[in-house]
Design a protein around this ligand. Structure first.
Ligand code: DAH
Length: 337
């Protein structure tokens, strides 16, 4: 009997109880009215007096072990039993997917629009020398843009360098390195020494456009801009050109697009004029062509430059420039398209 009690002891430590049914089967097998323990007790009655004490003790220990295993398992393991805890009808937890930044969206859209009419993409450095940012673009030595007030100059070690103030510097690099016909746009970040407010920032983004070939005329420029405005702002968008001045273009113009909100009727966004200023443009000044190694007696071209934030502002009605660089998730989350 002693050996059989020991065998049962070993047996119960090895039994795995995984769920409620297992626990019940275990209970019936060992503690049930026809169970193992019951038959041991029946046998025990016939045990001689000399063994009674020891075997009685052993039987009690076995009973305790069985009960202990059962109580632990019943309450712990069946609680943890995944099948009884999970509600498979509950909706799943969705993964958060990021979105492109609004400025990236607009930049990509502009690239798409211009690539459809044959414009390539070119890029240049953000730290630029005086030649590419100013001199080659026909800025006079005393032009106010060269002033510390407007431009971030890089001191000491890199004298003559500044953070580019516009992407027009990339025009120069392209013209120096490529032969006409040239048809390219240059998106990128630019820097100005401005106090940060809702309407001004010390860095923002531009896209520059450049087209050089034989017989390029102002009409080509106008047509290209009309195509651009209709592609970005919708088929009923109109453009208006006003004479202006830039050192690197002659003639120069500033371009307005019909107000995207009131469609010309007049509203707060367009200050009741029906028009919104969006870019600067002009025919590339012959001085600039010659400075960049392109013969201005053979070639002509047009250029334009626009702020990406400005286009985003008109498309998404974001009126505070600071929002673009604050990375507020509540702002960025609105651009899941
Ligand atoms: N570079 C000018 C600016 O930052 C924008 C500009 C005006 C670019 C006329 C051009 C242009 O290419 O022809 O304000």
């Amino acid at each position: 009997m002693r050996e059989r009690i020991e065998k049962v002891e070993r047996e119960i430590t090895e039994i795995v109880i995984a769920n409620k049914q297992d626990a019940e089967a275990f209970r019936i097998l060992y503690l049930g009215s026809k169970g193992v323990l019951k038959s041991f007790y029946q046998e025990f009655r016939a045990v001689g007096a000399d063994e009674k004490k020891e075997l009685g003790q052993r039987l009690n220990e076995l009973k305790l072990k069985i009960e202990e295993k059962l109580s632990k398992i019943t309450w712990e393991e069946t609680e943890n039993n995944v099948a009884t805890k999970i509600d498979f009808t509950r909706p799943g937890r969705s993964t958060q997917i990021g979105s492109l930044h609004p400025l990236t969206l607009i930049r990509n859209e502009l690239i798409h629009v211009f690539s459809k009419i044959g414009f390539s993409i070119s890029e240049g450095p953000e730290i630029e020398d005086d030649w590419h940012n100013f001199s080659a673009l026909n800025f006079a030595p005393d032009h106010p843009a060269r002033d510390m007030q407007d431009t971030f100059f890089i001191d000491s070690m890199m004298e003559g360098f500044s953070l580019r103030t516009h992407t027009s510097s990339v025009q120069v690099r392209v013209m120096e390195n490529e032969k006409p016909p040239i048809r390219t746009i240059s998106p990128g970040r630019v820097y100005r020494n401005e106090a940060i407010s809702a309407r001004a920032h010390c860095f923002f983004h531009q896209i520059e456009g450049l087209y050089i070939d034989k017989n390029v005329s102002f009409a080509d420029l106008k047509q290209t801009l009309d195509y651009f405005a209709k592609s970005i702002f919708g088929g009923d968008a109109k453009i208006r050109l006003r004479p202006s001045y830039f050192p690197f273009t002659e003639p120069s113009a500033e371009v307005d697009v019909s107000c995207t909100l009131c469609h010309g009727g007049g509203c707060g966004v367009c200050k009741h004029t029906g028009w919104l200023e969006i870019l600067g443009c002009g025919m590339v000044d012959p001085n600039v062509l010659d400075s960049c190694g392109i013969d201005s007696t053979i070639y002509s071209g047009f250029a334009f430059g626009m702020g990406i934030e400005r286009i985003a502002q008109l498309k998404y009605r974001v009126t505070d420039l600071r929002l673009y660089s604050e990375n507020d998730i509540r702002f960025l989350n609105q651009f899941h398209f």
